[in-house]
Design a protein around this ligand. Structure first.
Ligand code: EPU
Length: 341
């Protein structure tokens, strides 16, 4: 009799918003055998499935009646090299920031711009985590994923993951059907600092660092994040709640005429990414509190649980933010966080 399935389990400690929600069934998955056992259990076979890593990018608005697979695959090891990169395979359940730190300590730079991003290694490719001019897609060799239809582990190249801005094939075609078990990272043999982000450059300058090392960039990124983003261990949050919206050149010109201080970045192909935090702040929503949910006072793109908020309260605030931004700017803010309702 499979012992690992837990009936009606609380997910409170498994979601960074810290809201109350229950899973119909919960299974901890440390390896392929655990996964086979959990998914083969007749009690859950017909139920919907949800894959959970660190729960740092999910908002539970209601209980999840199906099977929650809590991915806890451990381990990290060097698995070889290519002409340009050192390759490391890391278990999907390992903490992302801990991985950045361990590799840096061992002398491997390349992930420092992605320091302090909460969550697990297995969740990182799903939304193609990114910060300070780097996305994980640029440091990925391949992923090993369990394919539910084939009942086997398949290896997927970076191209096959179809990465986009906070997007991958795991959010679309393979949603719920391919479960990432480990990730093979490619760290550059010839490391170069990535300094394109103005705030990062400013911080390094303030520290009088002229030729930064991976450690200098790591320190600067950690300092910036600590200034602007709430620590999920003390304030419930899921990082940026919305994506930065992408608009045409024409649309951006129209907006700039009406709102000259609008913050935007040009993308390849002539489209523009708008700073959603700016849009939300310009609607007067920064720091706004609705019950126990709030828009964070140092970064308007982040919604926070001020203590005891329900998922519903946070979702209602998110909808109010969307409505205000749509009203004022005619722009739709798509949630970055995964909403489970
Ligand atoms: N801004 C405001 N008011 C605010 C927040 C931002 O005016 O309340 C303006 C500022 O002008 C600022 C600009 O927006 O210069 C951009 O803000 P920031 O540098 O904080 O970056 P972001 O676009 O809000 C994105 C990512 C973050 C990532 C940072 C740094 C998304 C959805 N978010 O935020 O990622 O850390 O850039 O690269 O793309 C996450 O995904 O959870 C996350 C935190």
């Amino acid at each position: 009799m499979p012992a690992q399935l837990q009936l009606n389990a609380s997910l409170r400690q498994f979601n960074a918003f810290g809201v109350e929600a229950n899973a119909g069934w919960l299974a901890a998955v440390e390896d392929e055998a655990d996964l086979r056992e959990a998914m083969g259990d007749p009690r859950v076979q017909a139920l919907p499935r949800l894959v959970l890593g660190g729960g740092t990018n999910v908002l539970f608005v209601s209980d999840f009646p199906g099977l929650v697979l809590h991915i806890r695959v451990p381990g990290h090891r060097q698995v070889g090299e290519t002409a340009d990169s050192w390759l490391f395979e890391v278990g999907a359940g390992v903490d992302w920031h801990q991985t950045v730190c361990l590799l840096l300590q061992d002398g491997f730079g390349g992930l420092e711009n992605l320091a302090l991003i909460p969550g697990t290694v297995g969740a990182a490719p799903i939304q193609n985590i990114g910060a300070y001019g780097l996305e994980i897609a640029e440091r990925l060799h391949c992923v090993q994923a369990w394919d539910c239809a084939q009942q086997a582990i398949v290896q997927m190249t970076t191209e096959e993951c179809e990465f986009g801005y906070r997007d991958s094939i795991f959010k679309r075609k393979y949603k719920g059907d391919r479960i990432i078990m480990s990730v093979t990272l490619a760290l550059p043999k010839r490391w170069q600092p990535l300094l394109g982000y103005a705030e990062l450059e400013r911080d390094l300058k303030a520290r009088s660092v002229a030729t930064p090392s991976p450690r200098d960039i790591f320190d600067a990124v950690c300092a910036i994040r600590r200034r602007k983003l709430p620590d999920p261990t003390s304030v419930g949050n899921a990082g940026s709640f919305f994506k930065n919206p992408i608009v045409s050149r024409h649309r951006r010109t129209e907006l700039i005429e009406r709102f000259p201080s609008l913050v935007s970045y040009e993308l390849a192909g002539g489209r523009y990414k708008l700073a959603a935090g700016w849009l939300i702040e310009a609607c007067g929503m920064k720091g706004v509190r609705r019950g126990r949910a709030a828009v964070y006072d140092h970064q308007a793109l982040v919604l926070v649980n001020r203590g005891g908020a329900s998922g519903r309260e946070i979702l209602e605030l998110a909808r109010e933010v969307q409505a205000r931004v749509a009203d004022k700017f005619g722009v739709f803010l798509e949630p970055e966080a995964v909403i489970v309702e």
